[in-house]
Design a protein around this ligand. Structure first.
Ligand SMILES: Cc1ncc(COP(=O)(O)O)c(C=O)c1O
Length: 411
């Protein structure tokens, strides 16, 4: 495409976008299970308002837009409260889980260099940890070492212990991880790190805004937050189970001074003036900050607990229904609303053929491998489609054809 010589009119633009959008995943109908976290129409309206109010502002300079600074401080403070950060904990907002993770890795690298003289740092993370850790290691010059999983699809603590040495800058655990929704043994891993003066990051990008409310519902929640000794940083995404529109995550340091000494970037060698920033971006969109602030305050604790209850009910329906199909099994013991399932060994059913049959029925299930499995991430809206999904799944298992290919697809 070339830049049109004469601009298109508003109606044509809208019609073209509508036509193209019709090919996208229909998340409104709750037939997709990743990427978008639909809650309900009221939440959508609040988010639309906040985005519209802050479309043009730039969060790079808090002096020009103090309202943004205040909202960011309050989002960080709310997150710190939910994750039981001590008084001195501090953090900042970023554009998403990946950026939060990159900043946590960067801070750990700086800390290891400053406090332990580490010049060739390693990052040790479970196989199931998000690719953002691989990306961070790649960008920031750390060697990325993977911890194998045990039979329970959680990081193997003894193996992790063997992989730590004087070069280790950061050890990681997920609460939960994306592929299986299992939570790593955070207390054991964090203790290994603390004993050696190594930073430990809990990746609660998925769990940060769900597990605290699961806990309030009385559901069993594994220890993962700052109540666990040795956890030095946590990432939690408001744009996942915080239900904000995309572009909103929080990275927190147990010791708030680390934010300034190891994460912050300050540049004073520029004629344009003093340049200060806490994460990767320069200019920062304001709308995600406003939307995150608005939705946290709109829902409040009661609203989040109610939505967590709906998600928990959806999990019971989906998981129970899947486990009731003799040929299928859930992988590991997922702690909340993200999990994988597959055809059991000896069932005679091909997992990906079931995925293909479900695609044909209009469901979008991500494929994954190690083991071959189909992936589900449930949001409040999924409760309304549980029966239809399970009926189609039973039919797909009974009547599946050959698989169209074993290639795993991740999104
Ligand atoms: C456990 C976990 N960590 C990190 C990320 C990365 O988050 P983002 O896609 O917002 O960069 C994800 C994304 O799904 C995730 O599930």
């Amino acid at each position: 495409m070339e830049l049109p010589k004469r601009g298109l009119d508003r109606e044509t633009l809208r019609a073209t976008m509508c036509e193209r959008k019709a090919q996208d995943a229909d998340w409104h109908a709750a037939r997709t299970f990743s990427l978008v976290y639909p809650a309900n129409d009221e939440v959508d309206a609040i988010l639309a308002d906040a985005n519209e109010m802050y479309l043009y502002e730039n969060a790079l300079n808090p002096l020009r837009f103090p309202s943004l600074r205040q909202m960011e401080v309050e989002v960080v403070s709310i997150t710190k409260g939910l994750l039981h950060g001590p008084e001195e904990a501090d953090g900042c907002m970023t554009s998403g889980g990946t950026e939060s993770i990159i900043m946590a890795v960067k801070a750990a690298r700086e800390r290891a260099r400053a406090e332990r003289g580490v010049t060739e740092p390693t990052l040790v993370a479970p196989v199931s940890a998000h690719p953002a850790f691989g990306k961070a290691a790649h960008y920031l010059g750390l060697e990325h070492i993977q911890v194998p999983l045990g039979d329970d699809y959680r990081a193997d603590v003894a193996a992790a212990a063997r992989l730590l040495d004087e070069r280790t800058a950061l050890l990681v655990g997920s609460a939960p991880n994306y592929p299986f929704g299992t939570a790593d043994p955070i207390p054991e891993l964090a203790a290994l790190a603390a004993d050696r003066g190594i930073s430990f990051h809990t990746d609660a990008c998925l769990g940060g805004f769900m597990l605290p409310f699961y806990e309030r519902l009385g559901e069993p929640v594994p220890p993962f937050d700052f109540r666990v000794p040795g956890v030095t940083t946590i990432s939690a995404d408001v744009h996942k189970y915080g239900y904000a529109t995309k572009g909103a995550s929080v990275v927190l340091h147990r010791d708030g001074d680390h934010l300034k000494s190891y994460q912050r970037f300050l540049y004073d060698r520029w004629p344009g003036g003093l340049y200060l920033s806490f994460a990767m971006a320069g200019a920062r969109p304001a709308a995600p900050i406003a939307a995150a602030w608005a939705i946290l305050n709109y829902l409040g604790e009661e609203g989040y607990v109610e939505l967590a209850g709906q998600v928990r009910d959806a999990v019971r329906a989906f998981r129970g229904g899947i486990e009731a199909i003799p040929e299928l099994e859930v992988v590991g013991d997922p702690v909340m609303s993200v999990f994988a399932f597959r055809a059991g060994e000896g069932s005679g059913v091909d997992t990906f053929a079931v995925g293909d049959a479900m695609d044909d029925k209009g469901w979008c299930l991500d494929r994954q491998h190690g083991p071959d499995a189909l992936h589900l991430m449930l949001s409040p809206k999924h409760l309304t489609v549980a029966d239809a999904f399970l009926a189609d799944l039973r039919d797909a298992v009974a009547h599946h054809g050959p698989s169209r290919g074993k290639e795993a697809r991740y999104s």
